[in-house]
Design a protein around this ligand. Sequence first.
Ligand code: T4K
Length: 390
Amino acid sequence: MVALLFEGMVLKSKVDVAEAASRKLTVGRPNVMNRQRFLERVEQILDSKSFTNDGPFVRELEQSVCTLFAVKHCIAVANATLGLEITLSALNVTGEVIVPSFTFVATAHAIRRIGAEPVFCDISKLSYSLDVSMVEAAITERTTAIVAVNLYGGLADLERLADIANKYKLHLIYDSAHSLGTKWKGNWTGSLGDAEVFSLHGTKFINGFEGGLITTNNDELAKRCALLRNFCFTGYDQVSDIGTNAKLSEIHAAMALTNFECMDEIIAKNKTNYSWYKRYLPDQAKLLSFDEKIESNYQYVVVILPDAASRDAIQEHLLHNDIFVRKYFYPGIHQFECYRQEGLVLPVTEDIAARVLCFPTGQEITEEDVKHICVLMTQALESMRLIQSV
Ligand code: T4K
């Protein structure tokens, strides 16, 4: 085992997604809720021959989201990455956009792909979301927007970000890919900033295999997002602008709708899983907690280890026991070759990225599984301690 702990390997290139998916204890293993209900909907789709292009299940999903989250508009899209791109385009975002580096690369890609420039900002040590004091310092004459990320089912510093956006007249868009079903002061989100973008990817809490949702209370913005989603067709023979194809198919909407109907059940189970991790994690592992005003959906179990070596040793030891944990999000985006900028150092991002590890959760996990994972973690940490003391 000791040899394994220090071998060091690039896990992404070694572990096939299908292989990981076949194991029960895998980060990102999809939730499949009411299978029967989903299959009935598939039958309906096959019979109706309405497969895509704003079909009835897409509309029902959009309506359900608007009703539950008390938001005026929901535009279902093919994935959250395109949802972000469309929203930024619809708001005519240009120039510089302030964004955290500690997020999935999609957040920055969306900004780049619409021709704007991501300006990476450090995160707070407490929430791992944008450090608001740094945001203000990063604003220049070219800044037009902030894309804040509601990470891991938590929420960014909503009130202070709203103040800054108002003060400097900036667009404020929330990448809420992780936070569908999260509440702030007792209310569902969905109405934050100019718009929020949620992900329905297979690895997400509520999944539609693939998919995304844009929510907003802004009528004009909603109209423009819906146009951009469908090539900017304004009539059979009319195109008003350069749009794209970001439509959600009926199969995806049927899956998302079926899972969405089970949201309370999924949250309750995630919360229980979280409490088990809290009980059994070794003392050296710090479990991410949330501000008391936030009711998280607990879609990620996020642990911070003492250092990169112990984090990597744990990941490897678990992998050799068929347990797939992930370093979300390592490295910070500013350290990827395509985003690297001379001299840019983000100390908190770099520190947390080096020590973070996300653990399996979801519908199928038992208390015994969590205990087993935590025992293996302790073994890995203990082996490291023995090696270091030699
Ligand atoms: N913003 C943020 C903050 C995000 O985290 C994301 C996506 C986005 C925006 C963009 O949302 P989308 O455009 O995707 O809607 C995965 C997901 O693909 C990605 O959606 C997600 N964040 C990210 C955090 O995780 P990878 O590259 O790590 O995925 P992959 O293929 O390595 O899968 C992760 C693990 O999940 C695998 O080890 C096994 C398991 N898995 C995966 C799939 C696809 C399964 O068990 N079954 C499956 O079908 O990005």
